[in-house]
Design a protein around this ligand. Structure first.
Ligand code: GAR
Length: 221
């Protein structure tokens, strides 16, 4: 499956995916290019280091004209022959122009256990709210904000001493573990949808797995 990544910033999630590809862990994906909406973003350097071509479509050049911005993004996606779009730290909400061209074929990573804490600045919201378990979610993108079908989630504890920076670092480590796996599942055809519920082929009920549980703070605290 031909994949294009979209990033806005440092691109550490894209790097984790490209490293997994280089290590043979995503055999079903052919990475064709990066589309970046910010000039000078770290993700552009990362793409170059992996020999991945990139196109920069600076959002600010479009002076708020979202359909025009998305039209240019779509052109770049088509230029890469894209079949699957992977939003790896892309900080804009995509609308009909791109989503209509790629229905069910856009994936995103979000640094919270959705449906809690969609949107921006989630680490401050999580520490401010006082949740004890946080995490990351890989999901398909629909026309809402972080509301599409969930593919994979990973959880981490929130420590007493955590501020937004400490929590975001702990969550990022989980993002780097789960996103490459989810991209592998989707590009190898293992993920299907029943309504908004995603199903993973070959993953049946297992008591051992069902017993895995994270309770935080530990009951021995
Ligand atoms: C990641 O934490 C990702 O989950 C988040 O931005 C960061 C990008 O880091 N994404 C969103 O907030 C999407 N709305 P990265 O550029 O190092 O991958």
């Amino acid at each position: 499956m031909k994949v294009a990544c979209m990033c806005s910033g440092r691109g550490s999630n894209m790097k984790s995916i490209l490293e997994a590809k280089a290590a043979g862990r995503i055999p079903g994906a052919e990475f064709r290019g990066l589309i970046c909406d910010e000039e000078g973003a770290g993700a552009l350097e990362t793409a170059a280091a992996f020999g991945l071509p990139s196109v920069t479509v600076p959002f600010r050049d479009f002076k708020g004209d979202r359909p025009a911005f998305e039209g240019r993004v779509l052109e770049a996606l088509r230029g890469f022959g894209t079949e699957l779009v992977v939003l790896a730290g892309f900080q804009r909400v995509l609308g009909k122009t791109v989503l209509g061209a790629y229905p069910g074929k856009v994936m995103n990573i979000h640094p919270a256990l959705l449906p809690s804490f969609p949107g921006h600045q989630v680490w401050a919201k999580e520490t401010g709210y006082g949740v004890k378990i946080a995490g990351a979610t890989v999901h398909f993108v629909d026309e809402g904000v972080d509301s599409g079908p969930i593919i994979l989630q990973g959880a981490v504890p929130v420590l007493e001493t955590d501020g937004p920076d400490e929590l975001s670092a702990r969550i990022l480590a989980v993002e780097h573990r789960i996103f490459p796996v989810a991209v592998d599942w989707v590009t190898s055809g293992r993920v299907t949808l029943e309504g908004r519920v995603s199903r993973l082929k070959g993953f049946g009920p297992s008591e051992a797995q069902a017993e895995a549980v994270l309770i935080w703070p530990p009951l021995t605290a």
